[in-house]
Design a protein around this ligand. Structure first.
Ligand code: NDP
Ligand code: 5RP
Ligand code: ZN
Length: 341
């Protein structure tokens, strides 16, 4: 099958390349419909990764968050037109201990392996998962990010001590918002506190028990456990505040990506017996759990619909460039393209 792949070839430059794809009986052919932009894609689009990384990974189709319609299933298990979430991580082995998203042999789309900006995406059968027909399509585009939140909170549940009194989330953007909606489902008895930089973003977290601007946190405030969802240079300040405000022996899950190493006050980490645990990406089990939560909880779906920020139909390369540029200046929410190439 000949496929048109929309690859980033250099910062802010895309090219359509024609690729011959083999479709085996174990594959599903999907036409992408709604695609959502992640910070990781923007770091490639703007050329802000190190030059050596860009040389190694480009040309490459961006985007690892999206839903599409099944076009062809050689085994007939999925009907044509079925809406599916596409799982960007593609493992080639299993391990009894290391999860699929941490195996060095796994390929992750839009990080060295073509993402979803293609006419058709050929995925292994276990890399698609049906999305209920009544889900909002634009919200469904970022189910991958919901699965990342599920993965992070699963790691928190596996690691933390018995104190569930208060969970603090640092970061008032997309990942913070998604993780906050999931805390309400996965830790319903906990008090949820959000720590952010913008009052107008914190106002969206109306379901949280408390919100704080990070320059106005009461000195004696303590959280039982914490999740860092900031990234960039903001991570350093967020981790420092988490160390200051978490109870002894608490766990902090770190999810924000920083290009440069950030400083951490290890003396306090040791003195208070804290656990800092990083989580990255997600696997099929996290997608399944995310879809289960969304299916059972209409209120979570409604909250996540409030995170749909910029939406536009894209049909040409200029539309794609304009869309990515638009996302860079978009203040609140996820940017979702209706993929109409
Ligand atoms: N681990 C993983 O698998 C994944 C990681 N990520 C990463 O998560 C990070 C966040 O992504 P996303 O939510 O989309 O980004 P956003 O820009 O939407 O959100 C980050 C928010 O955190 C705020 N912030 C910055 N510093 C602090 C601080 N010290 N304390 C509290 N809030 C702060 C930012 O404010 P301001 O804009 O003023 O700086 C911004 O509002 C990125 O680094 C992204 O790459 C994303 C997906 C998956
Ligand atoms: O966004 C993510 C998962 O949803 C990850 O942060 C992203 O995959 C990291 O990739 P890269 O190393 O290419 O920045
Ligand atoms: Zn991502």
């Amino acid at each position: 099958m000949l496929n048109q792949v929309y690859r980033l070839v250099a910062a802010r430059q895309f090219e359509v390349q024609t690729v011959a794809e083999e479709v085996t009986a174990n594959d599903i052919v999907v036409r992408p419909r709604y695609l959502s932009v992640c910070h990781a894609d923007q770091r490639y689009f703007t050329g802000s990764r190190p030059q050596a990384t860009l040389r190694q990974k480009l040309p490459m189709a961006l985007i690892h968050e999206g839903v599409g319609e099944v076009v062809n299933d050689p085994k007939g298990e999925f009907k044509p037109g079925t809406l599916v979430a596409m799982i960007p991580n593609t493992p080639s082995e299993t391990d009894p201990i290391i999860k699929e998203n941490y195996l060095p042999t796994s390929k992750f789309r839009s990080s060295g392996f073509d993402g979803f900006m293609q006419e058709f995406v050929v995925l292994r059968r276990d890399r698609v998962i049906e999305v209920p027909a009544d889900f909002d399509h634009e919200m469904s585009a970022f189910i991958e990010m919901v699965s990342v939140g599920v993965h992070g909170l699963t790691a928190l549940a596996d690691t933390m001590d018995a104190d569930k009194t208060t969970i603090g989330i640092w970061g008032d953007g997309n990942l913070g918002y998604i993780t906050a909606t999931l805390v309400k489902q996965l830790f319903p008895e906990s008090q949820l506190m959000i720590f952010g930089r913008h009052q107008s973003k914190l106002d969206y977290f109306s379901f949280a028990d408390k919100t704080y601007l990070v320059d106005d946190i009461p000195a004696d405030l303590k959280v039982s456990q914490a999740v860092e969802c900031t990234g960039g240079r903001g991570s350093e300040q967020a981790i420092a505040q988490i160390i200051q405000h978490i109870k002894p022996m608490g766990t902090a899950i770190l999810m924000g990506v920083s290009e440069d190493p950030v400083g951490i006050d290890t003396r306090s980490v040791l003195a208070e017996g804290l656990t800092l645990r990083g989580t990255s990406r997600s696997g099929r089990v996290d997608f399944e759990k995310a879809l289960d939560i969304l299916t059972k909880s209409p209120v979570t779906r409604e909250r996540l619909q409030n995170l749909v920020g910029l939406t536009r139909k894209v049909s040409t390369i200029q539309d794609i460039i304009d869309f990515f540029e638009g996302d860079l200046t978009n203040y609140w929410g996820k940017a979702v393209m209706e993929w109409d190439v």
